[in-house]
Design a protein around this ligand. Structure first.
Ligand SMILES: Cc1cc2nc3c(=O)[nH]c(=O)nc-3n(C[C@H](O)[C@H](O)[C@H](O)COP(=O)(O)OP(=O)(O)OC[C@H]3O[C@@H](n4cnc5c(N)ncnc54)[C@H](O)[C@@H]3O)c2cc1C
Length: 406
């Protein structure tokens, strides 16, 4: 019998996990990525759980020593720099590029096309056709949409669905050891450090350097601040007065905004955290969205990763969710005696409730951060304990764990 063929749209982490795991399940795969160059310089630090490394091993990648670093626990600092709370939540963090690179290297070049933009799809009763901007049309038994938050496949399937702006932006930066006073290294490169300006959160997370020797550390910070739609538009307007919509390339952020953030850091944050904001070479602005698809499969299309659901970064699970979606899809296809359609029903039944739950969890942590009426001690304890990937899989909804018969 001819091998079945999957067209994977998007060559980021979700697409690469899907490609590896479908190949391992006996499928022929072709990955089509819009970006012409490689994606390895993208992204900053990521939270992990053992499930992510298990998915890497299943994809045939033996986790190199450089993949993750251990984080000893969590420290909360008051505005004067004193320790206000500590919780023992050990973790392993990684960097986005440390996950993407080995996934890409392990996939034969013949199966990955860059500069290949999907322009549309046509579904048939027993297959699907991808139509590309270069005029090519490719047939497949299954199309895996791993094309991210602004997925054009999802928009074609659910035109009314759009990412919802959460009313907060994240100011982010990466800080290398030479950008930080040596007496701060032990704290910043070994522990997650939290600061709680009124209704806001600044979080610093150790991460492996994106490229370099195993064990080399840096850290990245994320400062969540409220900004309504009008404020977001103003933040995304460059010095020439041109509006870039709802995001802006880092070099175009107006210098007075960067100066303002550095000034606010000195006024509102513990000196140890202000040192991060002032030490970083480049500050990035990222508006926070969430998105919840009503289904993660339709016809011969499966949505994986951010194309299906985007939870706020407070759950630190985007990469892991993309990996687990790909695993669930490969398992459903391998287990289904009823063919691709039945497998996609099973996939939808397993992953839709999980994605919805993750989005809700992100909103819950976001609401706790923003809750100015809450008892401050309780608020700090809740955020420091619940933040991130910890507990995410253990607490997932029953529907995501049970085997659904087809
Ligand atoms: C502030 C912040 C902090 C975060 N922190 C973490 C964290 O700690 N841990 C974690 O796990 N996650 C984190 N994330 C989330 C993580 O970055 C994403 O969840 C993850 O990259 C999703 O992978 P993906 O493959 O689904 O989508 P993406 O990485 O968005 O990739 C989609 C790909 O599809 C391609 N594409 C798009 N359209 C087309 C088309 N028409 N044709 C062909 N190709 C196309 C794009 O070029 C892109 O390469 C964070 C996110 C934010 C915003």
């Amino acid at each position: 019998m001819a091998r079945q063929r999957a067209l994977v749209i998007g060559g980021s982490v979700g697409g690469l996990f899907a490609a590896h795991l479908l190949r391992a399940a006996g499928w022929e795969v072709a990955v089509c990525e819009r970006a012409a160059g490689h994606l390895g310089d993208r992204g900053t630090g990521i939270g992990t759980r053992p499930e992510l490394f298990a998915a890497m091993r299943r994809a045939g990648i033996t986790a190199p020593a450089s993949l993750g670093i251990d984080v000893l626990g969590r420290t909360g600092l008051g505005p004067d720099g004193s320790v206000v709370h500590e919780v023992a939540v050990p973790a392993v963090t990684s960097a986005w590029s440390r996950i993407w690179r080995p996934l890409r290297q392990a996939l034969p070049d013949a199966l990955y096309s860059g500069d290949k933009t999907l322009a549309g799809i046509e579904q048939h009763t027993d297959g699907v056709e991808g139509i590309f901007a270069d005029g090519a049309r490719l047939d497949a038994d299954l199309l895996v949409a791993a094309d991210g938050l602004h997925s054009s496949v999802r928009t074609e399937l659910f035109p009314e669905l759009a990412p919802r702006y959460a009313g907060i932006v994240a100011w982010r930066g990466v800080v290398a050891p030479h950008q930080l006073a040596p007496d701060l290294h032990e704290l910043m490169f070994r522990r997650m450090v939290f600061g709680f300006p009124d209704g806001e959160l600044l979080l610093s997370i150790p991460m492996p350097v994106p490229q370099g020797e195993p064990g080399e550390r840096c850290c990245h910070f994320v400062w969540f601040r409220p900004a309504d739609e009008a404020a977001l538009t103003a933040l995304c307007t460059d010095a020439s007065g041109r509006s870039h919509g709802r995001s802006i390339p880092p070099p175009l952020i107006r210098p007075e905004l960067i100066a303002g953030i550095r000034r606010d850091a000195a006024a509102l944050l513990a000196p140890q955290l202000a040192a991060l904001v002032n030490g970083t070479a480049q500050i990035i602005l990222q508006p926070i969205f969430d998105l919840e698809a009503p289904r993660v499969a339709a016809g011969r299309v499966a949505l994986v990763g951010d194309a299906a659901f985007v939870a706020r970064p407070h759950v630190a699970s985007g990469v892991m969710k993309a990996a687990l979606d790909a695993e669930a899809l490969a398992d459903a296809l391998a287990a289904s005696s009823g063919g691709v359609d039945a497998a996609l029903q099973r996939y939808n039944a397993q992953r839709q409730p999980y994605g919805a739950w993750l989005v809700e969890r992100g909103r819950h942590i976001g609401a706790t951060i923003a809750d100015r009426k809450a008892d401050p001690t309780q608020r700090i304890e809740t955020v420091m304990r619940e933040y991130g990937a910890a507990g995410v899989v253990r607490d997932q909804p029953i529907a995501a764990r049970v085997t659904v018969s087809t």
